[in-house]
Design a protein around this ligand. Structure first.
Ligand SMILES: [Zn+2]
Length: 419
């Protein structure tokens, strides 16, 4: 393997080789070349020496770590508020908390039109959230309104945290819709009218002259949970699937250590698989999994059954107390989700299936497990781990930051920078 400095950085970042001797063994390069390339990474402020790796000490066993200086990432996760059934809507705005409103921090911005929310953060290259800010937005107002709001909030966030804009090495945004991996624009978003093909990335670049990334939210969440900080622990080669069960349903896939987006960004869009029901989906079709088994569908079905559960937080609390009606509805939903995921498991043979989102309660996870086991071949599930996510809503922010850091420090980008 003829490894440039960029390839050596990948070895150090992944922990596969962190000393000069280990890099020499992994690459087959000469001792002099390894030393030159690692010195270049240190001089560029991308890696630094972090003490001796072994008892022998000395220069050759000195351990190196990835620790770039000026590479904070600004991230914003845009989330649709949960629609509420009529019964709950009549009880007024206090009865409709969104994911962000359940956070104790006050929401900034207008709450008059919608309960949609954005979560903004400054993230360091290791995934630590240095500062964050919730923001109320109205996705239906369109990108011409929402994107400038996000940019103003980024300025405010940096100023509040005392961070100079020059320390920002990338910006990454997530949206609740498919993003075309070729042109990095929203690709016919079924639930974001007016956003299709709008130049979000270009608009952000006019304010922040750094690489800008636009990602689907379930993809970003999957990537965050896939990292060594999340449930996947950075388990590189094996396929990793995350399903988010919240107001809506979506899945993200990580294959060979990379987010798998599909031809036009639609990979993992399990929420709109037809499961044969009657409910009309937000996408306009009938019988979608999301319309039968998503959180909004559960609230609607509970209202029809005479229950006055008004939010996912209430639903979750009732599930934890073992409420029979809520448990029965969660079981039904989990069975449907499990049946669809059994197909995903059959196709991808993943090592991990992680359940995330506000409704990733034990009843839901147990029901999904039962549905997957019932619907998939025993061989496909023999080594499959089905388990809850560990990062909560932070997974999206961490995943977004990781996308930007991976791009900034890819082997090609680093070799180009070091010339
Ligand atoms: Zn649908």
């Amino acid at each position: 393997m003829a490894a440039g400095a960029g390839e050596i950085l990948q070895l150090i970042r992944s922990g596969r080789a962190t000393t000069r001797t280990q890099v020499l063994e992994a690459t087959g390069l000469s001792r002099v070349t390894v030393a030159q390339r690692m010195d270049a990474l240190v001089a560029a402020g991308i890696v630094r020496a972090a003490g001796s790796a072994g008892a022998t000490g000395g220069r050759r066993s000195e351990r190196f770590v990835f620790d770039p200086a000026d590479s904070l990432v600004l991230v914003a996760a845009l989330e649709l508020g949960e629609p509420v059934p009529d019964a709950a809507a009549q009880r007024g705005p206090q009865a409709r908390p969104s994911d962000a409103a359940s956070d104790s921090a006050p929401l900034r911005g207008s709450q008059a039109h919608s309960s949609d929310a954005a979560e903004l953060a400054v993230v360091d290259p290791h995934g630590a959230l240095l500062a964050r800010m919730p923001l109320a937005v109205d996705v239906a107002a369109g990108p011409g309104v929402v994107v400038p709001q996000l940019l103003d909030a980024f300025d405010e966030l940096l100023a509040d945290a005392g961070i100079k804009p020059a320390a920002v090495g990338g910006v990454a945004l997530s949206v609740p819709g498919p993003v075309d991996p070729q042109d990095h624009r929203l690709s016919d978003p079924p639930v974001m009218p007016g956003w299709g093909a709008w130049p979000v990335v270009e608009a952000v670049r006019e304010r922040f002259d750094v690489p800008v990334h636009l990602e689907n939210d379930a993809d970003a969440m999957a990537y965050g949970e896939f990292t060594e900080l999340g449930a996947g622990r950075g388990n590189r080669p094996q396929p990793f699937v995350l399903v988010k069960v919240s107001g809506y349903l979506g899945a993200g896939l990580v294959i060979d250590g990379n987010t798998y987006r599909g031809t036009d960004g639609g990979a993992g869009d399990v929420g709109h698989v037809d499961v044969g029901g009657d409910a009309i989906c937000r996408c306009g079709r009938r019988g979608c999994l999301a319309a039968e088994a998503g959180g909004a569908a559960l609230l609607r079905r509970l209202a029809e059954a005479g229950s006055d559960v008004g939010s996912l937080a209430e639903l979750r609390a009732l599930a934890e107390r073992g409420d029979p009606l809520v448990t029965a509805e969660l079981d039904r939903a989990a069975g449907l989700i499990g049946r669809v995921l059994a197909v995903v498991v059959g196709v991808l043979n993943p090592a991990d299936l992680v359940v995330a989102g506000e409704l990733a309660v034990p009843t839901m996870i147990a029901g999904i497990r039962a549905g997957v086991y019932a619907g998939a071949q025993p061989r496909a599930t023999a080594r499959l781990r089905i388990r809850p996510a560990v990062l909560g809503p932070d997974a999206v922010l961490i995943g977004l930051a990781r996308v930007a850091v991976d791009d900034r420090f890819s082997a090609e980008a680093v070799d180009a920078r070091l010339g």
